[in-house]
Write a protein that binds this ligand. Sequence first.
Ligand code: GLY
Ligand code: MN
Length: 506
Amino acid sequence: MLRQGRLSSASVAWTDMERCGPRRLDPFPGALAGAAHSPILAVMFTKETYVGRRDVLAARLDSGLLVFPGNNESPMNYTDNCYAFRQDSTFLYYFGLDQPEVAAIIDVDTGTATIFGDELTIDHIVWMGDLPTVAARAERAGVMDTRPLAAVADVVAEARAAGRDVHYLPPYRADTSLWLADLMGMAPAEVAQGASLDFVRAVVGQRNIKSDEEIAEIERAVETSVAMHVAAIRMARPGMTEAHIAAEVGRIAEAAGGRTSFPIIATIHGETLHNHVHVNTLSEGDLFLLDAGAETALGYAGDLSSTFPVAERFSERQRTIYELQLAAQVAAVDALAPGVPFRDVHFIGARVIFDGLKDLGIMKGDTNAALAAGAHAMVFPCGTGHMMGLDVHDMENLGEVWVGYDGEPKSTQFGLKSLRLARPLQPGFVVTVEPGIYFIPQLMDLWRAEGHCADFIDFDELDKWRDFGGVRNEEDFVVTSDGARRLGPHKPQTVEEIESLRSNIG
Ligand code: GLY
Ligand code: MN
């Protein structure tokens, strides 16, 4: 099934699109005659962007072919009933075509790029609408050479017969693994192992540094994301379900011309870090945690978290933990600068949380020793942030060790093993900052039973908070030459700002 451009939806915010410049509204130059009733609104950067990106990539590899499988439709419950199509982000980055059933190859030695795809059948056109020819689509990405999809096998076979390297990235979808297995003459189980580390490192090195036009696009995603959060903070009422809030948050993302950048986390059980179940009913005494972001039509992500009381005001206990989490976030944000390892940023936040909980009698002992032992992971069992770009966790499919650690091994310690980014920051990195405080009853019981980190935790005091829930605020930043800049408009998150949005909810 082929999908028409999402921007043909009647819910598109036309004024926003115009603000983004005429490149978004250009029709394809080679559009098929007779397709006037199904307009294709290309959502791509200019072809120079893709040509430039491919040139940089090719210069980073010594020789051989680089194979780019685009994503295919993914069935939900039968072949013609699919999840929303999402193109592979690396394919989007180098070729921009947001359609299924296309692939591409860059020949590093000749510097040429080829897009492989088939013209639509009449059945495709009848059911799903028309698209320009493959050549016309490829031309938008500055690719002049196109061939049928099946020709990928011939090109790869010829290269392999000539003893040339054929590089591909680790696949994350089963159908892509099978396609690569056929192409490379491998068993499917061998495909992941055969992925090209040189290719991974070249892509990561390039995509980790965002260009100005990417940052502008991410900023648009964050702008929509802030609107999603403000709407949720304003609308929550006792008696609503989590699904009411999630539905409105998702609506705003789609109305802006894109969608959400990951499944919405909208929950009164913020202690569950990625809670995607929205069945609970809100009560006056609950804290509500929203972690949601928009993805633009070009595929760039925003990722924000907010926590707010279902009542008009925070309770004393809620406010205490909320302000501690906010202090940790502010301290972590203040530390963002080129050259600073994000691992240090993480521990700056963790230290604020540990020391704050020590003041409350929940934690105890020497802070340095506690942080080294991972005692803070009792309430902060994850990382302070991650890279963000075309993926909300940018390039996680290529391996966190390469994206966030530059090849250094990750810790295996509980908590620290979930830190996705540790490497020194560089200008152009886009990162989230999202320390959190989570009271997870099962984890409390487990560590108490094991005596784990007992020198640093007063389990009786901790137990008094077992039904508290969790708190997270998250914002997005670009690292600059001398610090970092918050992306998008300000997200209300001080106690005063939240209570002001929550006042008069009736
Ligand atoms: N916002 C979801 C995450 O960062 O994992
Ligand atoms: Mn995040």
